[in-house]
Design a protein around this ligand. Structure first.
Ligand SMILES: *Cc1c(COP(=O)(O)O)cnc(C)c1O
Length: 382
């Protein structure tokens, strides 16, 4: 094989080398890493469900009944009643005809876009969309055009440049590294035609935004006609693992027939689907989790302004502090860690060149004194 070292060294020299940290505790607001207990402000466990006792019990009970592995793909003999019930419950919750479970959000995006789009078609993507959406467009073979961030005013002329084929506009609902919310009603209006469709990646909206956490489409009151394709994940606010796509009967049937990342892979463990069912019902029931989360966000933003900590325009649990320079971002992250706070540095290519940042996230299980501790440490090292 050829020598891989030079490229690795180059990465290291550019401060872009990525390393995994080993977590020795359960997921939560405190993580045991390298023998240190760190206050965690970088997970996507927005509702604090990932280690919830009720959910752990649900997983264990479900595993006792259904075993550990699904044993096969959904279309062979792996489609368990737990999967089927979860699909129906999510569909009912977010008011869509049907839902299809996928193993991960990454696979849901790949499968959906490549099932619907092909070489003669065009995908329009927000410049800040999640990597899985960019890869999805590539895999589909459609031509991919990136539009400037949230720029629904520039999009119509970009769409008019293309005459043939189907057109799909894809956007994160809540941008994963920025925390701002896409102009979904405006994008939906642009896609109201037979040859156009809007796809929303609601990874960071589902469970957090909308009535009882129904997600970003519900937050804006967009029905199935206006927001016909919604992808949601189950490993973030739901605290477990997995993903789904929601929409019309015809959409879901098409995905069952054609989405290769659905067809050619082992189904999620049924017990995981069972645990998500409990997570879903807890997230609906415990509205205090969302209330607490949004209290933390409001408090953090207000205090950060007082302390002169520069934030980005976000009202969601994702509150990035833009630093720009990669080395400086790593230094600040390191200084925070010395004070017992974990906020990993986010570097290119996850974010654009020159836009390295600390991606701070909040959870319902944080306490106000945790937020105070973060604010104090940030003010001291920015
Ligand atoms: C996390 C994320 C995904 C991928 O979901 P997984 O279930 O983790 O594979 C897709 N889109 C966005 C916007 C995400 O943040």
């Amino acid at each position: 094989m050829w020598d891989l070292k030079p490229a690795l060294d180059e990465r290291r020299q550019a401060n872009l080398y990525r390393q995994r940290r080993i977590v020795y505790s359960h997921q939560g607001t405190e993580l045991m890493i390298d023998g240190k207990l760190l206050l965690n402000f970088c997970s996507n466990d927005y509702l604090g469900l990932a280690s919830n006792r009720e959910l752990v019990t649900a997983l264990r009970d479900s595993a006792s009944q259904y075993g550990v592995g699904a044993g096969a793909s959904h279309l062979v003999c792996g489609h368990n009643e737990q999967h089927h019930a979860l699909e129906a419950e999510i569909a009912n919750f977010i008011q869509r005809d049907r839902v299809l479970l996928f193993s991960t959000g990454y696979m849901a995006n790949l499968g959906t876009v490549s099932a619907l789009m092909s070489r003669k078609d065009t995908v329009f993507e927000d410049r800040l969309n999640h990597a899985s959406l960019i890869d999805a467009a590539r895999l589909s073979g459609a031509s991919c055009k990136r539009y400037s961030h949230a720029d629904h005013l520039a999009l119509p002329s970009r769409m008019d440049e293309v005459s043939a084929g189907h057109k799909m506009v894809i956007t994160d609902s809540v941008f994963s590294m920025d925390g701002d919310i896409a102009p979904l009603p405006e994008l939906a209006a642009l896609c109201d035609a037979d040859d156009r469709v809007l796809m929303i990646d609601d990874a960071h909206g589902f469970g957090v935004l909308g009535e009882d956490g129904r997600g970003a489409a519900n937050h804006f009151g967009l029905d199935q006609h206006q927001a016909p394709i919604i992808m949601g994940t189950l490993g973030k606010a739901m605290g477990v693992f997995g993903a789904f796509v929601a929409g019309s009967d015809d959409l879901i049937e098409t995905l069952v027939q054609r989405a290769r990342s659905y067809i050619y892979t082992t189904a999620l463990p049924p017990a995981v689907a069972g645990a998500v069912r409990t997570g879903l019902s807890m997230s609906r029931r415990d509205s205090w989790r969302r209330e607490k989360l949004f209290e933390h966000i409001a408090y953090f933003k207000q205090q950060a302004e007082k302390l002169g900590i520069p934030l980005m325009p976000s009202d969601t649990p994702i509150q990035p502090v833009l630093i720009g320079d990669v080395q400086k971002t790593l230094d600040v992250s390191q200084k925070l860690e010395e004070q017992g706070i974990l906020v990993t540095a986010i570097r290119p290519p996850t974010v654009p060149e020159g836009a390295a940042r600390l991606r701070i996230t909040f959870s319902a299980s944080h306490k106000q004194q945790d937020v105070d501790k973060l604010l104090e440490a940030l003010a001291g090292c920015l």
